[in-house]
Design a protein around this ligand. Sequence first.
Ligand code: CP3
Length: 346
Amino acid sequence: MEPMTNEKPILKVLRDKQISHGKVPWWMMRQAGRYLPEYREIRAQAGGFLDLVYNPEQACEVTLQPLRRYGMDAAILFSDILVIPHALGQEVGFVQGEGPKLGVLDISKLNYARYHQTLAPVYETVSRIKAGMAEEGFDQTALIGFCGAPWTVACYMIEGGGSKSFEKARYMAYQEEESFYELMDLLVEASTQYLLEQIKAGAEVIQIFDSWAGLLDEDGFRKFVIRPTRQIIQTLKTEYPDIPVIGFSRGAGSMYLPYVQETGVDGVSIDPSVSTSWAARVLQPYCVVQGNLDPVRLLAGGDSLVLCVEKILSDLREGSFIFNLGHGVIKETNPETITFLKSLLS
Ligand code: CP3
């Protein structure tokens, strides 16, 4: 096949494993959010967080906001991983300052009756972002669609909200394996359908967020992180072999390698605990590596930021690499520090 010369930098890395003109492509997890005053303004107009997520005009606007300031190489759809349980009929709310709160889980009551109807505004947001990016001249920027991985979404569904250790979810995974597999299968199906619709609407890359992957032991990781992720990717690849998938299995530690080898991801997003020289040696031969600046370094700024960015770049830029944070932007981050970060990358 003819090489596509003007392919977007992120797609070029993910498809051809090549960095264009030696420039490392970058974006940031949670790049749309409360650290930006223009986000807070729309957020205040929207009412609840889910009202913002299900409002295509406003969700599109907040997706584009960080691009206008910083011109990242990717936009990420503004939505949330918890829209899946919400669309399947579990109660989901976001309490200011407290994070998500979910109603008691009854697996037998989850259903598809209003699934795509609930999620339709998100698909519309995807096509609006695509149009908005074209209109505003972001023709080198790729649009990332996403979902939460079944394990991480199940953590919130079972626990009913955030937690440091998600012991209820782990207990169910280990103790009631049968019904846990049932929940995993349901979430694999729901997530796959959700992602296929995002791709149809214009998403060019998919990221699967498994923020709590690191809480499982090896057996649990194989069954509830690797297996469901592989199942989702298999179906996506059957229908859309050219859409790259990035997996973020936060805290996977020594399981990053089997995750990369066995799920079929094109890229892996690594958390700040991962040694970048190790990732270059062990992971980069298999897939694109994305990461892994500690978001607190970005909050801190100054020399501590500069040294860490330089180390990440020197270890990873010789291979296929996308610069990112190791987790989401912290809301107290000074927007000007991100302009500074950008200057360090060029
Ligand atoms: O810019 C982007 O990255 C796109 C949008 C995005 C959001 N959440 C918006 C959001 C993405 C990709 C997510 C993913 C997400 N959501 C994850 C996986 C990534 C990670 O951070 O580990 C998880 C675990 C969630 C669940 C979730 N949503 C929590 C725990 C919270 C509350 C914590 C918080 O920061 O308030 C949310 C709310 C949320 N999702 C906000 C945003 C911008 C803040 C809510 C607000 O504006 O009031």
